[in-house]
Write a protein that binds this ligand. Structure first.
Ligand code: NAP
Length: 284
């Protein structure tokens, strides 16, 4: 294996330590008041329950206040929008996280639109997306921000680099493309209609796969010494695997993230960082 394996768990631990320090600073400056993150879970999907439990645990571990609201699977859109309005008005709440997906009777976009942009720690409102697209300061979606942190840690500087992002979702691909562009990379975004995906990927100094297709990216798609970030999380008979053929690509790339233990641990760490940023912004 020639590639350096980027240890997402270690980088996430560094971010959490940094956040814990900032929480202590904020508390010292404001009569012991710590930032608060509100989580909202609708229904009883086991995977979502685990995600929310991990977010709450992470929140408390860095010394922040976790406020949780669980609604039944039959909750209505107005009920949820009202709850979000209450959280917007609650001064103890600095960040609001509505766990997705929502049950089908609820319009996800309407609920996200109800979140105060100043508390939008998932970075999913149209306002946050617009600020990011214009290269202006705002709250940025957690997973793409985690990818940027891993690239920095690996010494893969986007400035002047060819970056290829495979995937154009609102959650990952699009915001990541904006972050890379804002960091002066030359960015290409690929998707299911891209002609000759392999040839486009081979141009990349920085290659990010955010597709949801097990081991899609093969060794002969990768430029020698490229930094390869694998966002994919696919449950297969072999367990959890990414969108990159890790064993083969490791022989070609300069740096690579594993799955699990790469991008995954970064997402919660960046959520905590966003919550502290939101708290700072609201107290400024
Ligand atoms: P998504 O909304 O399903 O988007 C997938 C994207 O991949 C779409 O843009 C799609 O193109 C593109 N695509 C699908 N098949 C393709 C192909 N054969 N060639 C090229 N592009 C293709 O997924 P997502 O939410 O962005 O998530 C992507 C992956 O990341 C999933 O495995 C997810 O579980 C994982 N993920 C991980 C984390 C984490 O914390 N590690 C967080 C979020 C997501 P079209 O637009 O043309 O359909």
């Amino acid at each position: 294996m020639s590639a350096v394996v980027i240890d997402g768990r270690a980088v996430a631990a560094e971010v959490r330590e940094r956040v814990a320090h900032e929480v202590r600073e904020l508390a010292a400056a404001d009569h012991g008041r710590v930032p608060g993150l509100a989580t909202v879970l609708v229904g009883d999907d086991p995977a979502s329950e685990v995600y929310v439990a991990n977010k709450r645990k992470g929140t408390e571990e860095v010394g922040m206040h976790s406020i949780h609201h669980g609604l039944g699977a039959s909750a209505t859109e107005p009920e949820l929008v009202d709850l979000v309005a209450d959280l917007n008005a609650d001064d103890e709440v600095d960040g609001i996280l509505v766990q997705l997906p929502l049950p089908e009777q609820i319009d996800q976009d309407a609920v996200i639109a109800a979140i105060d942009p100043a508390k939008d720690v998932d970075g999913l409102t149209v306002g946050s997306a617009g600020l990011l697209a214009q290269g202006r300061p705002g709250l940025v979606p957690c997973t793409p921000q985690g990818v940027m942190e891993l690239l920095a840690h690996a010494g893969a500087d986007p400035d002047g680099a060819e970056a290829v992002v495979v995937g154009r979702s609102i959650l990952v691909g699009r915001p990541l493309a904006s972050l890379l562009l804002n960091a002066n990379a030359t960015v290409t975004v690929c998707h299911s209609r891209t002609a000759d995906l392999a040839a486009v990927c081979r141009r990349a100094d920085i290659l990010v796969a955010a597709v949801g297709s097990p081991r899609l990216v093969r060794a002969d798609w990768v430029k020698p010494r490229a930094a390869v970030i694998d966002v994919g999380m696919n449950r297969t008979d072999d367990g959890l695997v990414g969108d990159v053929d890790f064993a083969a690509v490791s022989e070609v790339a300069g740096a690579i993230t594993p799955v699990p233990g790469g991008v995954g641990p970064m997402t919660i760490a960046m959520l905590l960082q966003n919550t502290v940023r939101a708290a700072r912004g609201r107290r400024a």
